[in-house]
Design a protein around this ligand. Structure first.
Ligand code: PMM
Length: 283
């Protein structure tokens, strides 16, 4: 257990926050195609707030292993109207993008969080967008694009946790060097990104090492493959939409450890879980 650091630029809620996911994509691994038109995505975002989301994360590009990239215009057309409408409703909106151009436009449309799963590595100009806009900036541990993520090489580490922490610290340093202020920074160990099954568990068990970087910590385990493998039976891995109970269990655990935020698809159970965790931390 470690002291939770809140994100200085976002409303504090006195517990771990819940970020609800709206994937405006045809191909995300668990909900691809369900919210592809703007109206249904907006409705879904508002429903997540109703269910207890503190932040809504809007993405227009799937990062599932093996996914091909979409072009910037397509990505922008997917996210911009959704960000604008949710922000106009007073929702704290996060934009999930690796592209500077998309980030810029989404922030103009009202996004208050820039969630960059590449930690600035995919499009280094995004660091300047973060610096100039002054929004909260999620820097995730990342080693390469999803289309190449199926290769074993990206999951090779000399010493997993220290390596991931050092690589993440380097991404944070690059952001700070580009003018991002420390109070903007949120770090994320990148569960499922360049990490195989056991590696995800080993990272989750050492969140303290990530907290030692000195920034609020976001953890996103929702419906990910390592949960499907954990819950596998004779028919194979548990399907993504049947991983929500396990996700909520992890929300409770990482919130009890001291994470600032959990990013989930099914918000209600995690909203309860983080309240349980806060009471647990209170003693
Ligand atoms: N994972 C996904 C997408 N965005 N953002 C952050 N900060 N951390 C993550 O681990 C993360 C993310 C992939 O999941 P999805 O396709 O279900 O959204």
């Amino acid at each position: 257990m470690f002291a939770r650091r809140d994100a200085a630029l976002l409303p504090a809620v006195g517990r771990c926050q819940v970020m609800g996911v709206v994937n405006v994509t045809p191909d995300s691994f668990s909900d691809g195609g369900r919210w592809l038109d703007a109206d249904s995505a907006i409705r879904h975002g508002l429903a997540l707030v109703e269910a207890g989301a503190d932040v809504v994360d809007v993405g227009g590009e799937s990062t599932r292993p093996g996914a091909e990239r979409v072009d910037a215009a397509t990505e922008l057309a997917r996210v911009e109207p959704v960000v604008r409408a949710l922000a106009a409703e007073g929702v704290v909106v996060s934009v999930d993008t690796m592209r500077a151009e998309v980030a810029e436009r989404a922030i103009e449309a009202g996004a208050r969080v820039l969630n960059d799963v590449s930690g600035g590595l995919a499009d280094p100009r995004i660091r300047e967008v973060a610096a100039v806009s002054g929004v909260s900036y999620v820097v995730m541990h990342w080693r390469g694009h999803s289309a190449g993520m199926l290769g074993e090489d990206l999951t090779r580490y000399a010493d997993l946790v220290p390596d991931v922490v050092a690589e993440l610290a380097a991404s944070v340093e690059a952001a700070l060097a580009a003018g991002v202020r420390p109070e903007q920074v949120i770090v994320d160990p990148g569960i499922g990104f360049s990490k195989g099954g056991d590696q995800n568990w080993n990272v989750l068990r050492r969140l303290d090492a990530f907290a030692d970087l000195g920034y609020p910590l976001l953890v996103a385990t929702s419906r990910k493959r390592f949960l499907g493998d954990l819950l596998a039976d004779d028919a194979g891995a548990r399907p993504p939409l049947e991983r929500d109970d396990a996700t909520a269990a992890l929300s409770a655990l990482v919130a009890a450890e001291g994470a600032w935020c959990v990013r989930v698809h099914d918000v209600g159970p995690s909203a309860d879980a983080v309240r349980v965790a806060e009471r647990w931390r209170d003693g």
